[in-house]
Design a protein around this ligand. Sequence first.
Ligand SMILES: O=C1O[C@H](COP(=O)(O)O)[C@@H](O)[C@H](O)[C@H]1O
Length: 266
Amino acid sequence: MALYRDKKDGKDLRIYENADELRGHLAEYIAEISEASIKERGVFTVALSGGSLINLMGKLCEAPYNKTVDWVKWHIFWADERVVAKSHADSNYKLAKDGLLSKVPIVHSHVHSINDTVTAEQAAEDYEFLIRQLVKTRVISVSEINDCPKFDLVLLGMGPDGHVASLFPNHPVLNEKSQWVTFITDSPKSPPERITFTFPVIYSASNVAIVVTGGSKAEAAHLAIDEVGPNCQEVPARMVGPMEGSLVWFMDIAAASKLEGVKFSE
Ligand SMILES: O=C1O[C@H](COP(=O)(O)O)[C@@H](O)[C@H](O)[C@H]1O
């Protein structure tokens, strides 16, 4: 059970004693959305991030989920990716492959990774084209509000600066509205060249989860979630607010330690 669960401005906050507790509940949440999506549409489309998220998804590789989840119906995408070779230590694909995809029976052709042999600009263009094809063939649903892809689940981490995917504070791509996937060549966090989903795609998802652990992210979580005045707009995580679906924040106590009005019983 979550130590604390509440809604703040449409955000469903779930706070756990520690990262291990969070892991169990995150696995259950993902498995439930997978089951519902497969029941409704025959497939489950999930966009991953890199960083600490993959380790926090680790319980999915264990019983009962390794056997009960219908892995062959999963289609994997990346909400952001670093433009490096897939074998590079910085690759979000490699991180997910080593930590999750190689441990469960996902169909190889359902793993939709970026083209890592071209420039960041071309990689973003190619990735958007790939997503458009899968929208046309109805593997990915489409938003009823705009023509954006509607992923069943977008899983985001958050950096200590409040960035989500590769949408960094004060970067012009925060305002990108026309493209689904864009690129940057000046990421403040290495490596500099990345592709990223834009906010319209994140807003259109059926479900978005932001998964955050550790005290180094407590200040950014506070700025993203609490009412803190005009400067709060600069925190990209604050800009995540799905128009169509649900938004859940999974946090451990350390990440939630600066949230206002959150009290834990002794
Ligand atoms: O660079 C990135 O950082 C964020 C946050 O990473 P974390 O290790 O602090 O959780 C990650 O979500 C993103 O996918 C990645 O490219």
